[in-house]
Design a binder for this molecule. Sequence first.
Ligand code: HMG
Ligand code: MG
Length: 298
Amino acid sequence: AVKPSVKIVEVGPRDGLQNEKQPISVDTKVGLVERLVAAGVTHIEAASFVSPKWVPQMAGSAEVMARVPKVPGVHYSALVPNLQGLESALAAGCEEVAVFAAASETFSQRNINCSIRESLERFRSVVDTARAQGVRVRGYVSCVLGCPFEGAIDPEQVAGVAVALAEMGCGEISLGDTIGRGTPDGARRMLEATARRLGIERLAGHYHDTWGMAVANIAASLEMGVRTFDSSVSGLGGCPYAPGATGNVATEDAVYLLHGMGYDTGIDLGKLAEAGRYIGEALGRPTSSRVAKALAAS
Ligand code: HMG
Ligand code: MG
């Protein structure tokens, strides 16, 4: 029988590296992407065209995009907060971009310096301009299972922001547990509220692993019908504007779970772990992936 497949969106080069304090060279960023591609990863968020004053680490994004391997079937995307970012992404040849809104008013202010409503207005022209050029747009909603400043977030608030992004033309909607505090019950309630209005097919789970719940949240989301997950090799990262938040679920952990549950990801776990080792050595840091640690010890 053909295995059902799950799409992994590797966000390590962006969500992972954006949070690093030490400067990371373009060579290292490209080296990471090359190894991810060699492992069979087909969707990679490789860059972020945000203000370099806000996130200095992402400053070399145009150069990264110019140098990542162009391979049929491999898709790259980049984060853009406004029209200025979109112009840079288009100039860099991006075929997909992502806008990012929040389900929390305070987080929206801290992360992108405007209200949720203002951000949605801003994104409308970003999405229109991108789509007019044939560029796909993904929409993120942050703080879907809690906000570092406001605490609990109403699932209906998440659904409302997700619908607004979808209505303006975002295809895939990625639901971010930015601070990684959510548990499966909360994830189910949030997905139910959002899927009721958008359908489950276009939703992606973006779970940070700060509290160790990400793999459980993926399993719960799979049961609800979600088939796209964002993850970060070696468990890199966090958001610089979400105090205390650590990395996304490690791609190694997500892939091990998915393969164990009978899903196909197209990713070679051994080669993926090599990509994780590469970036760990470059950063001088042990992996956060439990699976990568277990593989290294076996
Ligand atoms: P602002 O200061 O209000 O913007 O920032 P502004 O329009 O007043 O511009 C200020 C300066 O920034 C100007 O330069 C602009 O040119 C420049 P100056 O005249 O002072 O020299 N600027 C830019 N430069 C390059 N590229 C741009 C750009 N835009 C303005 N695109 C802004 C507003 C949105 C720009 C800022 O707040 C920002 O860049 N925020 C991004 C923060 C960020 O990247 N956070 C992490 C990503 S989100 C995340 O990780 C969550 C996610 O993973 C999902 C989840 O986990 O929940 C996606
Ligand atoms: Mg994130």
